[in-house]
Structure formats: structure tokens, C-alpha cells
Design a protein around this ligand. Structure first.
Ligand SMILES: C[S@@+](CC[C@H](N)C(=O)[O-])C[C@H]1O[C@@H](n2cnc3c(N)ncnc32)[C@H](O)[C@@H]1O
Length: 394
């Protein structure tokens, strides 16, 4: 299938049969948090600060599927207006039911609309979430350009697209199923795929990868279909990813899974090679990590629309005058052994706990340090760098 309308129709058909994600509908707020869907947390991570006064926040979930992300976006941004768009009317009906049950339906609106036509909404957004969608478009670059055209100046776009090297076994199984499946019959494709995995030799590479990495999620047919029976998928390497990003005309603000991209993770025992690697241009550093650790199955990152103001808290005068807010994206609070924004265990000192306790957004850093015996600017910087404390310099 080559023409764009045909691809779009095939993608819509797939998700009407297998709406994604197939998460159950539950009453009340969704569990925990995903910091990438908290606009202040994303802003703090990407630009190093949080504005004191947001304009009325408008958020777009582009390709919202059954609304799991949309629901989080509404709950983690309690005053925002959220719009979800998707091709699949079946997925949208589930998304609508999801936000009704979780109690945020009055702030969330859904439209059956391709993201290629997003300008029809006639509005701009301070935050756009586009997870698992662009790689299913006939022309992902055009899709990114369409989203960029409705991103407000200073706004952030969070994107998730597939990575090639960690998915090559998936690509081969997709091909095998496509060769065996009646065209467009996605249910048959799932049955064929399951048969292949059940009967190919247990040490077959595709079978091993499925068993070790994906089988638990793929118990559900909708997840299996999304992975193995998709009619349209583009997978990226670092190089083609940065081609895509360049086409969007937005600024790259960093990967939202930064631990994977740390050179030290791979090269720390080889200090001389680490030094060489650190002197490479940024994209080459990413290419090196990708080459040495090809487990990566997706890219997730933030883009921003200029003008963008970055801050790193080095200016001490501005730091002392900034308002301080304890991040809500942590588990175990109040306490000293916490899970941070990324659900990683972190320990803080008694002084830092007291600083966080008093950081409610009405006190400046200078006042906090004066109020908490033993507190120093270094404590503030440490909490700030670990994303436990948000700072509002302006
Ligand atoms: C893998 S699902 C991701 C759903 C959701 N974003 C998530 O991460 O849970 C991909 C979704 O993108 C939607 N989609 C694909 N192409 C689209 C397009 N051109 N415009 C809008 N939605 C699209 C599909 O209908 C499907 O619901």
C-alpha cells in the first residue's frame, strides 16, 4: 500500500479493531504520575525553571488512542484544558468514557481528526503530547510540521517514536506475518503471529526476543497487533531521527529518558575513551550510545518552539530570589528515602527534607535558607538538579 489516504485508512481500521492502549477503565484519578505529562515538570526538566504565572494552559494529545495519556494530562495539570485527537472513533469512544469515569470530562474534549489537519482546531497549545503516533503516519515529517504549526511560542512538544535497532526482530516478524496474512485482515495476522511464536524453535532469535522482552505485554491482542500486525511503521536511528527533528523546525531540548544517553554508563571504566567520546558533537555522542547499546526500542524527547528561555541556576542572585516549589512528582513524601520524578530511589538529608517541606511556592530560596537551620545554597542546587525542587525565577 503506498498512497497516503490508503495508509491512513489502514491505520484507522487497525485501531478500530484493536483500540490502543487496551488499559481497563477505572473510576477516579489514574495511579501515580508520569512526569512527562506534568507540564511544569516537563518545563523544569527541559528548560530548568517553571514560570510563576502560566497563561491558561491548553494541551493537545495528538493521537490520543483510548485516552490513557490524556487522562494523566488532565489530572497532572489540574487547571488545563485538554484536547485529544485521533483517527479511530472506537478508541475515542473509550477515551471519552475513561475521562468521564476519572472525573475530568469537563476539561477534556475529543475530536476525530488526523493530526495532519490539526490546524482545523484554530488554536495554539503550550504543550503537545504525541506518543507512538508519528511513526505510523505516511509522512512523519509532514506530521511533525503540522504539530509544530500549532505549538505556541515557548511551548513544548513531547514525542515518542520507534527506534530501529532494538526492534529488528519485531520488523522481521512483521514481515513474515505480512507475507502469510490475507491483506488487511488484522485478526488473522494476530492468529498467524501467535501460531508462529508457539511453533518456531524455542531458541529462534525472534521467539527468544519475544519471550524475554515483550510476551507479558503481548498477552493482550491489542498490544500484539500494535507490535506485529501494523500496516505502517517507520523506525528511526539517531541520524534519521535528527533529520525528522530538523524538518519540524523546532529546537531539540533533550531526551526524556536521559539515563540511557549517559556516556558514563557505558564508558566509565575506559576514561580515555570516555574523554574522546565527550569531545564529539552531541549527535555523534548519541550515535555512539546507540551503537554500543542497541537495546533501545524507542526515542522519547522534548522539542520547543522559540523563543525559549533556559536557566541553570548558576546566577546566585536570581537563584536566591526564585520561588521554590516542591515537585509533586515523587513517591514516599514526606520522608527521606524517596522515589524521584523518574521513580528512581533517592535519599535526602534531614535539612533537605525540611527545605522541601517548606517549599510551597510562596517562599523564596533566600527565605527558605534563612528559615531552615543548617540549610545552604548547595542543598537547594542539589534538590533542584534532582528535580525534587522546582524553581520559579520569574
Ligand atoms: C500506538 S497508539 C498510541 C496511543 C496513545 N498516544 C498512547 O501512547 O497510549 C497510536 C494512535 O495514533 C492514532 N493515529 C495514527 N495516525 C494518526 C493520525 N494521522 N492522526 C491522528 N491520530 C493518528 C491511532 O489511531 C492510534 O490510536
Amino acid at each position: 500500500m503506498t498512497d497516503a489516504a490508503g495508509i491512513t485508512q489502514a491505520v484507522r481500521d487497525l485501531y478500530n479493531i484493536y483500540p490502543f492502549p487496551p488499559d481497563p477503565l477505572t473510576a477516579g484519578a489514574p495511579p501515580g504520575y508520569n512526569w512527562r505529562w506534568s507540564v511544569p515538570a516537563a518545563h523544569h526538566f527541559a528548560l530548568g525553571w517553571v514560570p510563576r504565572d502560566w497563561p491558561e494552559l491548553h494541551i493537545l494529545d495528538a493521537g490520543c488512542g483510548t485516552g490513557v495519556g490524556t487522562d494523566y494530562l488532565a489530572h497532572l495539570n489540574p487547571t488545563a484544558q485538554v484536547i485529544g485527537i485521533d483517527l479511530s472513533e472506537t478508541a475515542l469512544a473509550i477515551a471519552q468514557e475513561r475521562v468521564a469515569r476519572s472525573g475530568v470530562a469537563q476539561r477534556v474534549t475529543f475530536h476525530q481528526l488526523s493530526l495532519m489537519d490539526v490546524q482545523q482546531l484554530s488554536q495554539q497549545f503550550q504543550y503537545i503530547n504525541c506518543v507512538g503516533v508519528l511513526h505510523h503516519l505516511p509522512d512523519p515529517k509532514a506530521g511533525l510540521q503540522a504539530l509544530a504549526s500549532v505549538l505556541a511560542p515557548g511551548g513544548l512538544l513531547h514525542v515518542f517514536v520507534y527506534a530501529l535497532w532494538g526492534r529488528w526482530e519485531i520488523r522481521l516478524m512483521q514481515k513474515a506475518i505480512r507475507l502469510l496474512q490475507p491483506p488487511g485482515d488484522y485478526r488473522a495476522g494476530v492468529a498467524i503471529g501467535r501460531q508462529l511464536f508457539a511453533h518456531l524453535p524455542a531458541d529462534n532469535r525472534l521467539v527468544r526476543r519475544e519471550r524475554e522482552r515483550w510476551a507479558w505485554d503481548n498477552r493482550q491482542d491489542a498490544v500484539f497487533a500494535d507490535m506485529y500486525v501494523h500496516p505502517q511503521e517507520t523506525d528511526y536511528t539517531v541520524e534519521t531521527l535528527f533529520d525528522l527533528i530538523a524538518a519540524g523546525g523546532l529546537e531539540f531540548l533533550g531526551f526524556s529518558n536521559p539515563r540511557y544517553w549517559q556516556l558514563e554508563r557505558l564508558l566509565a571504566p575506559m576514561p580515555e575513551l570516555l574523554q574522546v567520546a565527550q569531545s564529539l558533537p552531541r549527535q555523534k555522542q548519541y550515535e555512539l550510545v546507540e551503537a554500543l547499546d542497541p537495546e533501545l526500542t524507542h526515542f522519547e524527547f522534548f522539542l520547543g518552539r522559540p523563543p525559549l528561555r533556559r536557566w541553570d541556576a548558576t546566577d546566585e542572585t536570581l537563584l536566591l530570589g526564585a520561588l521554590a516549589v516542591r515537585s509533586p512528582c515523587m513517591m514516599g513524601w514526606p520522608g527521606r528515602s524517596l522515589l524521584d520524578y523518574d521513580y528512581q530511589p533517592v535519599d535526602i538529608t534531614p535539612v533537605q527534607q525540611e527545605l522541601l517541606a517548606q517549599a510551597t511556592g510562596t517562599t523564596t530560596v533566600a527565605q527558605l535558607i534563612a528559615q531552615v537551620p543548617g540549610a545552604t545554597v548547595a542543598d537547594i542546587r542539589d534538590l533542584y538538579q534532582r528535580q525534587l525542587l522546582w524553581l520559579q525565577p520569574w
